[in-house]
Design a protein around this ligand. Structure first.
Ligand code: PMP
Length: 364
């Protein structure tokens, strides 16, 4: 027998080449300013619903259709324009599986949310990254210049992570117009903290796909709930790819309650917007450079001591996210904005952590 014969199962070549992606979870006790979650809680109405889950609901396979109709009505969409997903992460995976094949390309302005590149790397398509402009401005012209007939998927996070920058509606329209043969994902995971949306264009523009998540403002990251909105023609392909049961019964039971409690969302968003002002005022006072954010986090420039800073914050019970290895983000740390109380704790920890690393001011 030939010694070179491989005797254990081997993944596809592409999977072998994929990089591992391990978000820094583990022990997350303390004030969680690291994952852009709601730092407080979901609506109490959702918790009440969870307490009333019946045996039947757990015994049966989940049926998403009724809840999809409710979510569609909430967003002013027709039921065939909306697909619930197991978080936006599953939505991204489904989009990559649906649109990206050999010889195709995905266009991605960077820096941005990691999972676009992760899921694209599991396909046969090429990933074409376009670096953001000065101050992480959306690289519209550079992006337009990279569109070719091979471009099949373009992902735009609006507002973007980790930068917090928003993309103007006219810029999104330009991309949609320049690539009618490509699916253009506008990922509105942080919509509630920004307030501007492309949702009203769904159905009117055939290549637009909008994503929303319930992991941020709604405080339901653990339930894994997101959605895609697009023209019915595209939905037909996406439904073919997605598992019919990927949104579980608990998530389906909770969604109507979450959507109904607008008062709760309004309260949480107003807390975050107040706290955003308080955090940026503190950063100004401490001489820490940051990029103005339209989301529930702020990207700060700490400089060469970014890792020490993140560690010093952790030692004071506050988790933040080192983003220094993102493209163009050398020395950067992202700080989630939570309730005013949690943000105040973050600011107090930051004052001490900066002192500990010998902070002398702006890294410019
Ligand atoms: N899109 C963006 C831009 C994000 O930052 C995140 C989460 N960090 C997601 C999507 C993932 O959302 P979900 O929890 O719904 O998978």
């Amino acid at each position: 027998m030939n010694d070179a014969i491989i005797t254990t199962p081997q993944p596809r070549e592409l999977i072998r080449r994929m990089k591992d992606y391990h978000p820094p979870l583990g022990d997350r006790s303390g004030v969680r300013l690291d994952f852009n979650e709601n730092t407080f809680a979901c609506s109490p109405k959702v918790l009440e619903t969870l307490g009333r889950i019946s045996r039947a609901e757990l015994t049966m396979y989940p049926e998403r259709e009724r809840v999809e109709r409710i979510a569609a009505a909430h967003l002013g969409l027709a039921p065939d324009q909306l697909l619930l997903t197991n978080g936006v992460d599953e939505a991204i995976h489904v989009l990559c599986q649906t649109y990206l094949g050999p010889g195709d390309a995905m266009l991605l302005p960077v820096p941005t949310y990691s999972m676009y590149a992760v899921y694209a790397s599991g396909t046969d398509a090429t990933l074409v990254e376009v670096q953001a402009g000065e101050g992480f401005r959306f690289p519209l012209d550079a992006l337009l210049a990279k569109i070719t007939p091979a471009t099949k998927l373009i992902a735009i996070a609006n507002p973007n992570s980790p930068t917090g920058q928003a993309v103007r509606r006219e810029e999104i329209l330009r991309v949609l117009d320049a690539a009618p043969h490509a699916a253009v994902l506008v990922d509105e995971a942080y919509f509630h903290f920004h307030g501007q949306t492309a949702m009203d264009l769904v159905g009117r523009i055939p290549n637009l796909i909008v994503a929303r998540t319930f992991s941020k403002a709604y405080g339901l990251a653990g339930l894994r709930l997101g959605l895609l909105a697009a023209a019915p023609k595209q939905m037909q392909w996406l439904r073919r790819v997605i598992s019919p049961y990927s949104v579980n019964s608990l998530a389906l039971a909770c969604l109507p309650a979450a959507l109904e409690d607008q008062t709760y969302i309004d309260w949480y968003v107003s807390e975050v917007l107040e706290a955003r002002g308080e955090l940026t005022a503190a950063l100004d006072r401490l001489g820490v450079r940051y990029w103005p954010s339209q989301a529930n986090f702020v990207l700060t420039s700490i400089g060469p001591k970014h890792a020490e800073f993140s560690r010093a914050m952790r030692e004071r019970g506050v988790l933040v996210r080192d983003r220094s290895s993102d493209p163009g983000c050398d020395g950067c740390v992202r700080i989630t904005i939570g309730t005013r109380e949690h943000t105040a704790q973050g600011i107090r920890a930051m004052e001490r952590a900066l002192k500990e690393i010998g902070w002398t001011g702006d890294t410019k």
